[in-house]
Design a binder for this molecule. Structure first.
Ligand code: MG
Length: 345
C-alpha cells in the first residue's frame, strides 16, 4: 500500500486510496456494483498511529478524488493534542460542506489515536457494555431466486437477515427466503416505493412474514406520506437516506419511528454519539449501519453498537480484500477486540 504523507506540527497525516473487491455483485433498488472505493487514513503523533477510513459509495457524491482534495485542505498544526477533540472536530467540519466520509476518516483516526494513547478500547473509555450489542444482520441483495437461496444458506450463522427490496420482485424475494428459513428479517427498500397505500399494504404483508422493521420505504422527500405510513404501519419505519446528521433528527420525530446512523453519513463517532443521545431522548429507535467498508470503519462503528437497537455491520464481511482484522462476527454476534482505540490488529 502506498501512503501519501502530510506533516502538520505534532501530527503526521497519511492517506492511501484502496479499492474494495466485493464477494458478490451487490444490487439494491437504484444500482449494482462489484467494487467500492475507499481512502485509508493514518494520523500519527509521538510514534502512535490512529487508523481511519472513508468509504464512498458512488451514489452519495464523494469519490477518492474529493476525499483527497478535502484531506489536502486540512492543517492540524495549530493543535497540540488529539484530546482537543471538540475543537479539532469542529475545525474539520468547518473546512467545507458535505464531505461527510472524508470527515469520518479523520474522526475515526483521531478517536483511534486517543484510545491508543490511553491504551484503552473506546467502548471501555465510554463505559459501554459490549454484551449489549444486538446481533448484526446480514444483507441479502436483490437477486434471482437461486442466488437468494444460496446467500441465505451462506448466512446460516446470522440471527437476523436484512433483505433489500424496492423493485417489482419484492414478494418473490420474501417468499423465496421463507422457503429456506424462519429467521427474523428486516427490509430495506432504499426509497423504492412511491405509493403510500401500496407501501402500507406491503408493511402489513411483511409484518405477517416476520419482518421486524422497514428501512426507508419511500423517497425521503415524501415527508407527509412517510409520516402517514409510520402512524399506520404495524412495524417501525426507519430513516436511512432521510437522516444524515444530528441536525436532521428533531424534524424527523413523527415522520419515522427511528433512524439509521452510519459513520460515513454523519462525519464519525463524535457526532454519532450525539445522535444516539438525541434520538434516545426523542424516544426514537436507533439502527447502526455501514457502507461497504474494511474492518477499520466497521470496528469504529462497533464501539458504539452497545447503545443501539439494531446493528447492521456486515460491510467488511462482503469484501474479499480487507487489510485489517478488528471486530469479529461469530454466530451472528459482534465481538469487540479488547485492544486500544478501535481495536485493529
Ligand atoms: Mg439503508
Amino acid at each position: 500500500m502506498k501512503w501519501i504523507e502530510k506533516k502538520m506540527g505534532l501530527f503526521t497525516l497519511r492517506y492511501s486510496p484502496y479499492t474494495l473487491e466485493l464477494k458478490h455483485v451487490f444490487t439494491v433498488a437504484s444500482f449494482s456494483r462489484k467494487t467500492s472505493p475507499v481512502i485509508l487514513v493514518q494520523l500519527e503523533m509521538d510514534g502512535v498511529v490512529g487508523l481511519g477510513e472513508a468509504s464512498m459509495p458512488p451514489y452519495l457524491g464523494e469519490s477518492q478524488e474529493t476525499v483527497i482534495a478535502f484531506i489536502e485542505k486540512i492543517d492540524l498544526s495549530s493543535f497540540s493534542s488529539p484530546f482537543q477533540t471538540e475543537d479539532i472536530i469542529s475545525y474539520i467540519d468547518s473546512i467545507d460542506q458535505n464531505n461527510t466520509a472524508a470527515k469520518a476518516a479523520i474522526d475515526i483516526a483521531l478517536h483511534d489515536l486517543m484510545g491508543k494513547l490511553l491504551d484503552m478500547p473506546l467502548y471501555k473509555l465510554w463505559g459501554y457494555n459490549p454484551h449489549h450489542i444486538p446481533p448484526t444482520s446480514f444483507t441479502i441483495g436483490i437477486d434471482t431466486e437461486e442466488i437468494i437461496i444460496q446467500k441465505v444458506k451462506e448466512a446460516t450463522n446470522f440471527k437476523i437477515l436484512k433483505v433489500k427490496l424496492g423493485l417489482h420482485t419484492d414478494k418473490m424475494i420474501v417468499e423465496t427466503i421463507r422457503k429456506v428459513t424462519n429467521k427474523p428479517l428486516c427490509a430495506d427498500v432504499n426509497q423504492g416505493w412511491k405509493d403510500p397505500k401500496e407501501a402500507l399494504e406491503m408493511a402489513h404483508y411483511l409484518s405477517e412474514k416476520g419482518v421486524e422493521f422497514l428501512e426507508q420505504p419511500m423517497p425521503k422527500e415524501q415527508i407527509d406520506d412517510l409520516a402517514w405510513l409510520t402512524q399506520n404501519s404495524p412495524i417501525p419505519i426507519i430513516a436511512d437516506e432521510g437522516c444524515q446528521r444530528l441536525d436532521d433528527i428533531a424534524q424527523l420525530k413523527g415522520v419515522y419511528s427511528g433512524i439509521n446512523i452510519k459513520l460515513m453519513k454523519c462525519t464519525g463517532l463524535w457526532e454519532a454519539r450525539k445522535m444516539i443521545q438525541l434520538a434516545q431522548g426523542l424516544d426514537m429507535k436507533i439502527m447502526l449501519g455501514c457502507m461497504t467498508e474494511t474492518s477499520c470503519a466497521i470496528s469504529a462503528a462497533a464501539q458504539i453498537a452497545p447503545q443501539v437497537d439494531w446493528v447492521d455491520l456486515d460491510g467488511a464481511l462482503l469484501i474479499k480484500n480487507d487489510p485489517y482484522i478488528g471486530m469479529q462476527v461469530k454466530e451472528g454476534l459482534c465481538y469487540l477486540p479488547d485492544a486500544p482505540g478501535i481495536g485493529l490488529q
